[in-house]
Design a protein around this ligand. Structure first.
Ligand SMILES: Nc1ncnc2c1ncn2[C@@H]1O[C@H](COP(=O)(O)OP(=O)(O)OP(=O)(O)O)[C@@H](O)[C@H]1O
Ligand SMILES: [Mg+2]
Length: 306
C-alpha cells in the first residue's frame, strides 16, 4: 500500500513526438519519469513550449504518449476518466446551461444512479464552497472570468476525482481574484487530501500552493531537471509567506532555474543525473541544518575545550 501511495501517479518514460513538415520528427520530450505520491500538490514549471500541457493532457488521458505509460493508482491510463478532473485555462463550460446545470451535469455523469435531489444538493454544496452561492441560476455569459473559473473548479471538485489536473487555471484572472481562488483551492485540497498536478508560470503561486515543484528544461527534448521540495511550513498563509526565512531561498532557486539553468541544464547535467529518478532538491534552513549535522565532526565541543 505504501508503495502504491508513493507512486500514486507514476509517469514512466513518456515521450511526445510530432512529425516535422519537412520530414523527420520533433521530440518535444522523451524518457520523462515522475512520481507523485497520493495527497501531494505538485506544480510543474517550465518555459513556454517545453511540453507542460502535453504532459497534463497525457495524464488526463486526452492525448496518448508517443512512448511510455502513465499509471494511476496501479492502473495504466487508457483514455479520459471521471477519476481525473481537468481545469483548463479557459474554463470550458456549457454555455446553454446554468451554473447549477454545469456542475450537476458532471455530478450526474459521475453518479449515474443518483436522484435529482441528491445531484442538486451536492452541486449546490460545491457551488457554495467556491463562493458562488446566489449565482446558481446564472448562465456562463452572465458571469465574470473569475466566476466562470470558479464554476470550473466547483465542477472538477464535485466529482471527487482521484486526481485534479490544472493547466494554468488562474493565469487569465486579475491579481485579486487570482489570490482568492488560490486560497480557496489550497483550502479545499488541503482539507480533502486531494492529489493535484498543476501547471503554472508563476513561481510565487507555485511556492504558495505546491508541496513539490517540478522544473522542466526548455524544449525541444525537454527534461525534468529536478523536483524541488517546498521548505515552507504546511500552515503557510498568503499574507506572511514572503517573510519566512526560506521564502527567497526557494524563490531565487526557481527564478535562477527559469533564467538560466532551464537552458543550460542539458549540457551541464549534475554527475549521476538519472532521468528515471530526477533529484529531489531540499533547500532552506531545515535542509542546511540537516547537512550541518552530517558534516560537523562529533563531538563538536571537544576541540573547543582542548
Ligand atoms: N499538433 C501539434 N503538432 C506539432 N507540434 C505540436 C502540436 N501540439 C503541440 N506541439 C508543440 O509541442 C510543444 C509543446 O506544447 P505544449 O502546449 O505542451 O507546451 P507548454 O509547455 O504547455 O507551453 P505553454 O507554456 O506556452 O502553454 C510546442 O512546441 C508545440 O509547438
Ligand atoms: Mg501549456
Amino acid at each position: 500500500m505504501a508503495e502504491i501511495d508513493s507512486k500514486f501517479i507514476s509517469i514512466e518514460g513518456i515521450a511526445r513526438r510530432y512529425p516535422k513538415r519537412e520530414g523527420g520528427v520533433t521530440t518535444i520530450f522523451e524518457n520523462l519519469w515522475l512520481q507523485v505520491p497520493r495527497g501531494e500538490f505538485v506544480c510543474i514549471i517550465g518555459h513556454s513550449g517545453c511540453g507542460k500541457t502535453s504532459v497534463l493532457n497525457i495524464l488526463a488521458g486526452l492525448e496518448t504518449p508517443s512512448d511510455g505509460a502513465v499509471i494511476v493508482d496501479g492502473q495504466a491510463i487508457s483514455g479520459p476518466s471521471l477519476d481525473r478532473a481537468v481545469i483548463f485555462q479557459g474554463h470550458a463550460l456549457l454555455p446553454w446551461r446554468t451554473v447549477l446545470g454545469n456542475v450537476a451535469y458532471a455530478v450526474s455523469s459521475r453518479w449515474r444512479k443518483a436522484g435529482k435531489a441528491e445531484v442538486d444538493e451536492r452541486s449546490r454544496r460545491f457551488i457554495e464552497l467556491v463562493g458562488l452561492k446566489g449565482s446558481e441560476l446564472k448562465k456562463p455569459a452572465e458571469l465574470s472570468g473569475g466566476m466562470r473559473q470558479r464554476v470550473g473548479i466547483a465542477r472538477a471538485l464535485s466529482i471527487e476525482p482521484k486526481i485534479l489536473l490544472m493547466d494554468e487555471p488562474f493565469s487569465a484572472l486579475d491579481a485579486l481574484t487570482r489570490g482568492t481562488l488560490q486560497d480557496e483551492v489550497r483550502r479545499i485540497c488541503t482539507a480533502t487530501g486531494q492529489t493535484v498536478v498543476m501547471i503554472t508560470h508563476d513561481v510565487d503561486e507555485a511556492i504558495y500552493l505546491a508541496d513539490k515543484i517540478v522544473l522542466m528544461t526548455n524544449g525541444p527534448e525537454a527534461m525534468v531537471a529536478e523536483v524541488v521540495a517546498n521548505p515552507l511550513p504546511k500552515d503557510r498563509v498568503r499574507d506572511s509567506i514572503h517573510r519566512h526565512e526560506d521564502y527567497y531561498v526557494v524563490r531565487n532557486h526557481l527564478v535562477d532555474f527559469l533564467v538560466s539553468r532551464s537552458r543550460t541544464f542539458r549540457d551541464e547535467k549534475p554527475a549521476g543525473y538519472d532521468p528515471r529518478r530526477p533529484p529531489i532538491v531540499k533547500l532552506g534552513s531545515a535542509a542546511q541544518a540537516a547537512e550541518m549535522a552530517n558534516t560537523i565532526p562529533f563531538p563538536a565541543t571537544a576541540s573547543a575545550r582542548d
